[in-house]
Design a protein. Structure first.
Length: 143
């Protein structure tokens, strides 16, 4: 009882007209206007503030002064954070256990300040601006 509809040969157009498939990629323009250099630049600016990953743009993009500046600032910020974290870890070992436990919030606060500075630096860098950190940016300029 079930009849199969006759198949349409490929040379014939289907009933109702022809069909043109949508373009590949959903028809949306490529991100950042379509040039790969801009997205590469954005990636390098973000990497500039991610700790030791700042070495990648510092070594790869030697011709771009803006990326170099952000990479040096991000690396200097990381070095200062590591120095503070090590200093805090060493000094907290000499505190009594009750005070040391309560002061563990300080190490969390140091990490949160570092995280906020990283996010602010990335946001400014992506916008094409520079964020000068007091003392840290001066240290980075000397590198």
């Amino acid at each position: 009882m079930s009849e199969m509809p006759p198949s349409i040969p490929p040379s014939m157009t289907p009933p109702g007209g022809s069909y043109t498939p949508p373009p590949m990629g959903g028809g949306y323009p490529p991100p950042s206007g379509g040039n790969g250099a801009s997205s590469d630049r954005t990636i390098m600016l973000v990497l500039s503030y991610l700790g030791l990953l700042a070495l990648i743009p510092l070594l790869v993009k030697k011709e771009d002064r803006e990326i170099q500046w952000h990479a040096k600032n991000g690396l200097a910020l990381f070095v200062i954070y590591v120095i503070f974290a090590i200093a805090w870890a060493v000094t907290s070992n000499f505190l009594p256990a009750s005070i040391g436990c309560a002061m563990s919030f300080v190490s969390c606060a140091i990490w949160l300040v570092y995280l906020v500075l990283i996010i602010m630096g990335i946001m400014k860098a992506v916008k094409g601006e520079r964020m000068r950190f007091p003392l840290i940016s001066d240290f980075a300029d000397k590198m």
